[in-house]
Write a protein that binds this ligand. Structure first.
Ligand code: TEU
Ligand code: CA
Length: 574
């Protein structure tokens, strides 16, 4: 049995500040707007709010480019507003987790401005500067072949001092040099600043990227028709990562604070356990990307790949059993601000089955062991942006970069633009960033002004106000699910996990078992049609004398007893 902890039983609600609620009518969500929605969050039944970056920032990457860690981006509010948010959450017995983005800063941060000002500036070494390489023709080239996550080279040349600086993301997001102990110290001070204010912990942005292979060697060529290559090999699990994480933990421990690390590219169990196994004293849990990458083709999320349910189940089984057996902990999520909407992505559906699908996915995640993360709008079953929206409605720097670079590659192809739009419709991060749909008023009640990003028109039939009144809504289902999870925490949070029917192409079936508190069987139809499922004997046995505690259809389904039990599942039935 895993050890008990508040953060294991917690449900975390992720907030994208620009898109929750605009209280002053400037079109941008703000902290006072978030404060006005705390009743809503409390009634949903979440315990923790994770606030995406609200710090001062030129907003090239929606606040993941921070220019001052101790100030708040003016349109979002002030440091006093955050103080108020902390106090208001604590009063309700809820907690606040903030985003800690310390692999990189904004190029407008005072540290970087100093660093780039001269070769001998005391902060020169706070970032990663290298001399150019020169090719056979005498052309200046970046120091290595690493690609930026957002496309193009991961290096930009600085005319002033004649060197390149590394940026794994945008050129406006220079990477900090963690090899310099002053950088770690500065980060520890930032953490202390917020923890002293009462913040309960951090979500640590790409925290596995902070240690790079010494010497920054070229990455192997895996995409031959591309000049710059994916280089995760050289920064996703660097040699000093765990030393740096233990340093962060030292600060967290002084406050008994919590940390979830975002770790793209960390794939192996042994690697993940190094960061999350309890006795390692590093992080509480990480966001692991196996599910998120399930449908990425060609090492690139914008190329679709067929995925199958048995593969998804194998991933779930791998992490559920791994953590149970090794005193680690999972962070459960299907959505965040970097992903398209789960109901559009994982459950292609006819319109009439959308709510059933959203509830089924909620059950799929919500009955697993781990800390449950709900992304704003997921509790309403919000969907991807409409197919007929043009590229101008997409605000994300990654999307705009992709569009520009991919159009160039399709030059001369009359269908080029449409092909690129297909990629955008598939996975653009914008799908998860459109404003919250509160009611049927103009702009879904998000703003009385002009929204910074267009509101998905489907707010007319998918919005919080209607769903709060309707006991059969997706919102009401999430409420029940979160309540049940608490009520039966021994089973759902701490129980063991058994996967059944691993090879079935349409059904997910798993059991959660606790020796004394009881066991639960979860059965999910992942298809948009009816499915006659030959339930394995274990399931039939479990059902004899069992109680139905959660379901997305009002009446129980039908079990036909033949030689084996055949369960007739309705579309997306849970
Ligand atoms: O994302 C890190 C990351 O590598 C991916 O989730 C990435 O955004 C995605 O694969 C691109 O398609 C984090 C933040 O969550 C993201 O919003 C930031 O843009 C990024 O770091 C840089 O700070
Ligand atoms: Ca505002």
């Amino acid at each position: 049995m895993p050890q008990k902890a508040w953060w294991k039983e917690a449900a975390v609600y992720q907030i994208y500040p620009a898109s929750v609620c605009d209280l002053n009518g400037d079109g941008i969500g703000d902290i006072p707007g978030i404060l006005s929605k705390l009743d809503y969050l409390e009634s949903l039944g979440v315990d923790v709010v994770w606030l995406c970056p609200v710090y001062e920032s030129p907003q090239v990457d929606m606040g993941y480019d921070i220019s001052d860690y101790r100030a708040i981006h003016a349109p979002y509010g002030t440091v006093q507003d955050v103080d108020q948010l902390i106090a208001a959450l604590h009063k309700r017995g809820m907690k606040l987790v903030m985003d800690l983005v310390v692999n990189h800063t904004s190029d407008q941060h005072a540290w970087f401005k100093e660093s780039r000002s001269s070769l001998d500036n005391p902060k020169r070494d706070w970032y990663i500067w290298r001399k150019p390489r020169w090719d056979a023709e005498g052309n200046r080239q970046p120091p290595n072949n690493w690609a930026s996550v957002f496309g193009g080279s991961a290096w930009s040349f600085d005319e002033e001092t004649g060197e390149y600086y590394l940026h794994l993301f945008c050129k406006e997001q220079p990477d900090l040099n963690w090899e310099n102990p002053d950088v770690a110290q500065a980060v520890h001070d930032v953490m202390t600043f917020w923890l002293d204010k009462g913040v309960d912990g951090f979500r640590m942005d790409v925290i596995n990227f902070i240690s790079k292979t010494p010497g920054l060697p070229d990455a192997p060529v895996t995409i031959p028709d591309q000049q710059f290559q994916p280089a995760e090999l050289h920064y996703a699990d660097g040699p000093r990562l765990h030393e740096f994480l233990r340093g962060l933990r030292g600060i967290l421990d002084k406050y008994n604070a919590f940390a979830v690390g975002e770790m793209p590219g960390v794939k192996e169990e042994a690697e993940v356990l190094k960061s999350v196994a309890e006795d390692r004293k590093e992080l509480n849990m990480i966001f692991q990307f196996d599910i998120i990458c399930l449908d990425n083709g060609r090492n690139n999320k914008f190329f679709p790949k067929e995925w199958s349910l048995p593969k998804l189940k194998a991933i779930v089984h791998k992490w559920q059993t791994c953590m149970f057996d090794n005193s680690g902990w999972n962070a459960l999520f299907l959505e965040n601000h970097d992903q398209s909407r789960s109901v559009s992505r994982f459950t292609p559906h006819r319109p009439e089955n959308r709510n059933a699908a959203a509830k089924m996915l909620a059950t799929f995640m919500g009955m697993q062991a781990g800390t449950l993360f709900v992304y704003q709008g997921q509790e309403l079953g919000m969907a991807n942006l409409p197919k007929d929206w043009g590229i101008d409605e997409y605000k994300d720097v990654e999307t705009q970069n992709l569009y520009r670079l991919a159009l160039e590659q399709h030059r001369g192809d009359p269908d080029g633009a449409e092909k690129v739009m297909d990629q955008v419709r598939l996975k653009a991060r914008d799908h998860g960033r459109s404003p919250m749909q509160w009611n049927t008023q103009k702009h879904g009640g998000f703003t009385t002004g002009t929204p910074w990003m267009r509101v998905n028109e489907d707010y007319l039939h998918c919005n919080a106000e209607q769903q709060q009144r309707d006991p059969s809504s997706v919102f009401a289902y999430w409420q029940r699910l979160l309540r049940l999870r608490k009520q039966h925490a021994d089973t759902f949070v701490y129980g063991s996990f058994e996967l059944l029917a691993a090879d079935d192409p349409a059904v997910v079936c798993y059991r959660r078992v606790h020796a004394s508190a009881g066991a639960a069987t979860v059965v999910l139809n992942f298809t948009d049609g009816e499915y006659a499922w030959e339930a394995p004997p274990g399931v039939v046995k479990a059902w004899e004398g069992a109680r139905r505690i959660l379901a997305n259809y009002a009446e129980p389904g039908e079990i036909r007893k033949h030689s084996a039990a055949v369960v007739c599942l309705r579309p997306f039935e849970a």
